[in-house]
Design a protein around this ligand. Structure first.
Ligand SMILES: [Zn+2]
Length: 60
């Protein structure tokens, strides 16, 4: 089951976040975006995303 990190919103199948190493993961999220190149993405900039990957749009 894919989970979303509450801190940086990245989606992961691991039990800890691969980006911020946090363990606050939630299965309760809405929608996701795939960021391929954070430096060229306005959305990534807006969401403060610095690593490529899949990110939840909203975590409840
Ligand atoms: Zn994280």
């Amino acid at each position: 089951m894919t989970k979303a990190c509450r801190l940086c919103k990245v989606l992961t199948n691991e039990s800890t976040c691969p980006v911020c190493k946090g363990s606050e993961l939630s299965e309760d999220y809405l929608g996701f975006v795939i960021i391929l190149d954070p430096k060229k993405s306005q959305l990534a900039n807006k969401m403060s995303i610095k690593e490529a990957g899949q990110y939840a749009l909203k975590i409840r």
